[in-house]
Design a protein around this ligand. Sequence first.
Ligand code: CA
Length: 232
Amino acid sequence: MPKSKILYVEDEPFLAKIVKESLESRDFEVHLLTDGRGVLAAADTFGPDLCLLDVMLPHRDGYALAQDLRRARPHLPIIFLTAKSQTEDVLKGFDSGGNDFLRKPFSLEELIARIHNLLNLAGPKNAAPQAATFIGKYEFAPHRYELKLGTETRKLSHREAELIKIFADHQNRIINRKDILMRVWNDDSFFNSRNLDVYITKLRHYFKDDPSVQIISIKNVGYHFLVESTPN
Ligand code: CA
């Protein structure tokens, strides 16, 4: 099986060396850049499966790099490494198309868990594409990151697709909030819990054109994903 490739941008040499060696010892192939220059060229020649971006970088910050990378490779999973903890910075990270973030200092185990989580959803390189499923009047195509209603197609972020996949697999069932947090974020901290609220608001908006699809909050438990079957 080919090794998964990680493009890693980090300007702190000591940290970069430790992380690179640890990932290599876990059978990843790592291409390290010490600043933001040449990231797109490296993405082209190296062909990464995932990108690990330090946020505070000389020349061009991690968020700007993520935007560049996303234009070139819309489905490349990205993990931001940030020393900042302010919510607005993290949200800015998601706006620029990030899939996950880790606050420094982080444990290598946690980093590896996040990488596995994102790569598993992206799927092994030769896996059969996941079939599209219907959610009420919507057609959800996880492999294309698309949610369609009639002729309208909405492009989804990696995280949105991940959440909708969970809901699609649990139609008319109750989903435990903690299970969602652990599956998507690997962590049920207060911070990620608030983050989930933001995503649920978004998903409700995405499904608003079919009143038979509803995400009902159940206090202290999670969500009931109601989908009335609609005759075609
Ligand atoms: Ca830095």
